[in-house]
Design a protein around this ligand. Structure first.
Ligand code: ISL
Length: 563
């Protein structure tokens, strides 16, 4: 989006702003959302059965984590067929039904596009690995062992161990930035790119509304680091400069000439604001917005399980840095939760005594930033982290590989490694959706693939929606606000009191309207006066039943004023 230099975007411009500036997206993790056939794994029928719930919440689009056939080493992020539905989840007819019934309710469906890598069971990789001369050999990254026989370079897989695996059959290594069952596609090969674009077109022709693109900046490799003289070390792969060409080519091959409302959001670990502007500048035609990682890495040390103390100051400054960085050109996505992150109320709030207040505080703060907010299933009812007592209860390969490596290879204390897993494991987000207080939280009539959080007897959608203080209804109001109010969607963002350790305060400004958010992100009352005089201002939304007598804020109290 390119806005005029002043903060006063005329209403005509607001009306012309893309639909996703006013939209809220809800992420469904299909395995854990709702199970319609009792096999303990969520499915498309389960999602269809909950569309009224989602319509009532008011979201504009669903992002479905992968529903394609997959050996499920990484819960579907290892795809073995891009143009089918995983039988455990349903079939294409069931998918079409879900799409139609979502569209009837005005809800769009955005697919997960995982094309940095395929499953090692994808037909493309089976062919590629079958011989040195197979026509698909060059669809993946194969390299001869160097003289010492070791891997071609020192890159580590994001899921522990080296990023290269030696394939016995042909005696060469293949690259996998993630698990060894997730070989990286070679995007240098134009045949690969055409095959991906054709698959994307097939889904769009079927009626889907866009794509969330998994680690999309990783598709472009720095080839000189693979083949160069100095063996590179460290994790991952810095993005190659070809990324912009690839994304522009994709836009041209897939979206150009299509009418209708689509959404593209690229997941891009490691990207800074300057690059983000290039990726999301509408004039360049790459993606509509990106998921960046800076704010969710602030509490991580050497690796994600090495948990650092959290600092509100660092978090709000980082979010403000992104607000400023993309204020003139480009667009932010807003998230604190997804299927890879611990639950926000446990991570940034207080998930016991102040659960309602801190869940709604973060909701208000996030949804009042400028950008498109994403809600992860269960966030809208204040679901919390789970805490399994044994590593054997965890299912996520990232957690399991990390534990094994840390304990077996690095000889670290199992208790402290487990503590890191309990705090940061992706399984915190993946326990089944808590619909009600019944035996398996209303998620399944069978045995769930991952245990339900024992706190489902108190924390669930049925209880929350009937409660006086309902997290769900708070989200409902935030979503409605964004739909109704151009200042929420488009207004200029200004952070107040950046150095304050407890107070999160900012304004949004558009035309003659100014909104003020004040939030006390702490367990103690904050007695200092608010940073802006609010006498005569309208209180639009707050998470306390009545305003306290004093000028300050109660623990985890958050308010939205129209000045
Ligand atoms: O930093 C990372 C790797 O260097 C990780 O944060 C990684 O980028 C991130 O976890 C990427 O996540 C996505 O791709 C993974 C999948 O397991 C995740 O669920 C998905 O969101 C591989 O497809």
């Amino acid at each position: 989006m390119t806005f005029p230099e002043s903060d006063t975007v005329p209403l005509a411009t607001a009306a012309q702003a893309p639909w996703w500036t006013r939209a809220v997206v809800y992420q469904v993790y299909p395995r854990s959302f709702a199970d319609s056939d009792g096999d303990g794994i969520g499915d498309l029928g389960g999602i269809r059965g909950r569309l009224d719930y989602l319509a009532e919440l008011g979201v504009d689009a669903l992002w479905l984590s992968p529903v394609y056939p997959s050996p499920q080493h990484d819960n579907g992020y290892d795809i073995s067929d891009y143009q089918e539905i995983e039988p455990v989840f349903g079939d294409l007819a069931e998918f079409d039904l879900l799409l139609a019934e979502a569209h009837e309710r005005g809800i769009k469906i955005v697919m997960d596009l995982v094309v940095n890598h395929t499953s090692d069971e994808h037909a493309w990789f089976r062919e590629s690995r079958s011989s040195l001369t197979n026509p698909k050999r060059d669809w993946y990254w194969w390299r001869k062992p160097p003289a010492d026989g070791g891997p071609p370079n020192g890159w580590a897989s994001a899921f522990s161990g080296p990023a290269w695996t030696l394939d016995e059959q042909t005696g060469e290594y293949y690259l996998h930035l993630f698990a060894k069952q997730q070989p990286d596609l070679n995007w240098e090969n134009p045949e690969v790119r055409l095959a991906v674009y054709s698959m994307m077109n097939w889904w769009l022709d079927r009626g889907v509304d866009g794509f969330r693109m998994d680690v999309i900046n990783f598709i472009a490799k720095q080839v000189d680091l693979i083949d160069g003289p100095a063996p590179a070390t460290g994790g991952g792969s810095p993005t190659g400069p070809q990324i912009h060409d690839y994304l522009q080519e994709m836009r041209e091959a897939v979206f150009a000439g299509r009418t209708g409302e689509h959404l593209t959001v690229g997941e891009m670990p490691g990207v800074a604001t300057g690059d983000a502007v290039l990726f999301t500048d509408p004039a360049r035609g790459e993606v509509d917005m990106i998921f960046q990682f800076e704010h969710v890495r602030l509490d991580q040390g050497a690796n994600k399980f090495d948990v650092l103390p959290r600092s509100l100051r660092a978090l709000k400054k980082n979010l403000a840095h992104w607000q400023d960085g993309l204020a003139e050109t480009g667009w932010n996505s807003l998230y604190l939760n997804n299927h890879d992150q611990p639950r926000l109320v446990s991570r940034f709030g207080n998930d016991t005594v102040w659960r309602y207040e801190s869940a709604t505080l973060w909701a208000l703060v996030l949804h009042l930033h400028r950008g498109t907010p994403y809600i992860y299933q269960g966030e809208e009812i204040g679901m919390t982290n789970v805490r399994f007592d044994s590593i054997d209860d965890y299912r996520d390969l990232e957690s399991l590989n990390h534990y094994r490596e840390a304990v077996d290879e690095f000889d670290l204390d199992p208790g402290s490694v487990l503590a890191g897993v309990q705090t940061m494991s992706r399984d915190n987000a993946r326990t089944p959706m808590q619909w009600d207080a019944s035996a398996q939280a209303g998620f399944t009539t069978g045995t769930p693939w991952l245990p339900v959080n024992p706190n489902h007897t108190e924390i669930n959608a049925a209880v929350d929606r009937a409660a006086e203080r309902s997290v769900f209804r708070f989200y409902q109001r935030l979503i409605a606000l964004r739909h109704e109010s151009p200042v929420v969607a488009l207004g200029e963002f200004t952070l107040l009191e950046p150095e304050h350790e407890l107070l999160f305060a900012f304004t949004r400004h558009l035309g003659d309207e100014t909104l003020l958010v004040v939030a006390n992100a702490s367990d103690s009352p904050l007695d200092s006066p608010l940073p802006v005089d609010v006498s005569g201002a309208e209180l639009v939304l707050g998470n306390y039943p009545a305003l306290g007598a004093g000028s300050g804020l109660g623990p985890w109290e958050a308010r939205l004023y129209r000045l």
